[in-house]
Structures are given as structure tokens and as C-alpha cells.
Design a binder for this molecule. Structure first.
Ligand code: GDP
Ligand code: ZN
Length: 292
């Protein structure tokens, strides 16, 4: 049977199978020989030992698409990057850093502006508009009013998603709403886990619907980009891509180069000024790090 590791505790792995619930499994010796450590999020093949007790053996890890560190989770499809429209006021530069981290790890970002109940529609739209030109999906939610949560849930269907964003923006509140239709399996995981004495806090996956998972701890806790080459930065501002062939110089960094199509697009409003400002700030930052 094929399932997904949703939790690991002291040598036991909890494997969620879309059709038969959660099995408590041990990894067979083969993993130690192969020097491969099973991760939360791994898709695995298991052999059932006891169907009544839901016990099994993990016999193979299927190929991994990617793996995040902190939290350590494999096969992440997408990141929902949550910022509040107010309280705390959004730092767009910080949001752009989250987007860069996601792009860099090849995890598809989705922007979610929460707490829309605290501003007028016009004010919310003004914030949303900053990101329209990026092409990223922008969701608007209010966890307290339970609005915008259904479309968000739809985006999570059949995917494994990590939530990210600064603290206080409403990530836990949103996750709680998403889990309200939580399946029986989750209860089952917790019941089994309570038997163990080890309470070390590791990331785990919450399953909802058939093949949809969310990571229970926020992603991208480290937003350091100092190991990045400044010339690499432009690749992570995805909306620059359409314009870069129009720049006079090949490899144009869209800074002080003449005849730069990206800067023209900023002038005409096709690229948002806020995004371009983030780009130049980060570019200078990376340049300084190199110099030191
Ligand atoms: P987290 O740190 O990102 O997990 O944020 P929390 O979910 O703990 O929320 C932080 C605070 O913001 C709490 O007091 C929530 O009640 C509040 N909050 C969360 N979502 C909303 C919302 O949509 N609107 C308003 N007005 N407050 C919210
Ligand atoms: Zn350019």
C-alpha cells in the first residue's frame, strides 16, 4: 500500500493512506544501509502487518521531489505566504523575501492577505494590486469572519502545503478553520502518539480531504539570502522574466544599465514599484555582503 509519512516519533512512523487511514510503521533495516532517512512528507510503500491494529512495515521510500529544511519536510507542492493587511502592517520587503525563499526552493508560492475585516475594500484592493503584476495567486481572507477560507481550501486540495509568514498574521487561526472538517484519521494519529513518552516537537502533516496535507509548523523560518549571488536575485522576481529579453545588455541586472526593459515596465506600471524597490534594496544588500 502507498501512503505518506505524516509524523515520526522515536523510530515509529505514522503513514496516512488516502483510503484506509493511518498505520503505525517501523522502517525496515534497508533504510539504514541505504543511508536515507525517511522524512515527513515522503511517499512510501508499506506492508501491512496487522490490519486490526493498523500496524505495518515501511519498505520503500518513493522518489522525492524536494525537501525543505526547518521544518524538514519532503515533497512540498506549495507555500501559502500569509501576511496581515493590518495589525501588524505588512512589510512588503519581508513578503518579497518569503517569495524569494519559496522560488529558490522550487515551492510554488501563493500570497494570502489575512485580516481583511480590519480595512475597507479599497484599502485591501490597494494592497492586493501591488502583487497583481507578479502573476502570483493572491487570496484575501479573514479568519475571524471566516471569509475567503473556502477558496483557500480549494487551492490546498490534493497538494501538500506549508504555511509561512511572520507571527501574529493569523496562520494558526487559518489552519484551525481549515481543519474544522478534519477527518477521523487525525484523531487516530493523536491517540496513537499519546501512547509514546517522547514529546519532542517535530513538524507533522495534517491530512484533510483525501490527498491534501498541510504542515503544522510555519516554513521558511530563516530568511537569510546572504549565500545568494547578486546576479541570481533577478531570477526570483518572476515578473521580470517577460521583459528581460528587451534589455539592451544580455545579463542586465536592471539596476543602472541603460535601455533596461524592466525599468521601463516599472515606469509604465507593468511591474509594481514596491516590488522593484525590494529588488534594488536586496541587490544592494547582496552586493555589500560580497564586498565585506
Ligand atoms: P500566527 O502567529 O500567524 O499563527 O497568528 P494567530 O493565528 O495566532 O493570530 C494572531 C492574532 O490575530 C490573534 O489574536 C487572532 O485572533 C488575530 N487574528 C487572526 N486572524 C484574524 C483576522 O482575520 N482578523 C482579525 N481582526 N484578527 C485576526
Ligand atoms: Zn534590464
Amino acid at each position: 500500500m502507498i501512503g505518506k509519512i505524516v509524523k515520526g516519533i522515536a523510530g515509529f512512523y505514522y503513514i496516512h493512506t488516502p483510503d484506509s487511514g493511518v498505520y503505525e510503521c517501523k522502517a525496515r533495516g534497508i533504510f539504514r544501509n541505504k543511508k536515507i532517512k525517511p522524512l515527513i512528507g515522503d511517499n512510501v510503500e508499506i506492508a501491512i502487518l496487522d490490519e486490526e491494529e493498523k500496524l505495518g512495515n515501511m519498505i520503500e521510500i518513493l522518489p522525492r521531489r524536494n525537501s525543505l529544511i526547518r521544518p524538514t519536510v519532503a515533497n512540498i507542492d506549495q507555500a501559502v505566504i500569509v501576511f496581515a493587511v493590518e495589525n501588524p502592517k505588512p512589510s512588503f520587503n519581508l513578503l518579497d523575501r518569503f517569495l524569494i525563499m519559496a522560488e529558490r526552493q522550487k515551492v510554488k508560492p501563493i500570497i494570502c492577505f489575512n485580516k481583511i475585516d480590519t480595512l475597507s475594500n479599497e484599502e485591501v484592493d490597494a494592497i492586493k494590486n501591488i502583487y497583481i503584476t507578479t502573476g502570483y495567486n493572491v487570496m484575501l481572507t479573514s479568519a475571524v469572519e471566516d471569509s475567503g477560507i473556502s477558496p483557500l481550501k480549494e487551492i490546498l486540495l490534493n497538494k501538500t502545503t506549508v504555511f509561512a509568514g511572520p507571527s501574529g498574521v493569523g496562520k494558526s487561526s487559518i489552519l484551525n478553520l481549515i481543519q474544522s472538517e478534519e477527518l477521523l484519521e487525525i484523531g487516530e494519529v493523536s491517540r496513537k502518539i499519546k501512547r509514546g513518552k517522547h514529546t519532542t516537537r517535530h513538524a507533522s502533516l495534517l491530512a484533510f480531504q483525501k490527498d491534501s496535507y498541510v504542515v503544522d509548523t510555519p516554513g521558511f523560518s530563516s530568511l537569510l539570502i546572504e549565500d545568494m549571488d547578486k546576479d541570481e536575485l533577478k531570477d526570483y522576481f518572476i515578473e521580470f522574466d517577460r521583459y528581460k529579453d528587451g534589455c539592451k545588455f544580455g545579463g542586465c541586472n536592471h539596476m543602472s544599465e541603460p535601455s533596461c526593459a524592466v525599468k521601463d515596465a516599472v515606469q509604465s506600471g507593468d511591474i509594481s514599484e514596491s516590488r522593484y524597490r525590494s529588488y534594488t534594496l536586496l541587490y544592494e544588500e547582496l552586493k555589500d555582503i560580497r564586498r565585506w
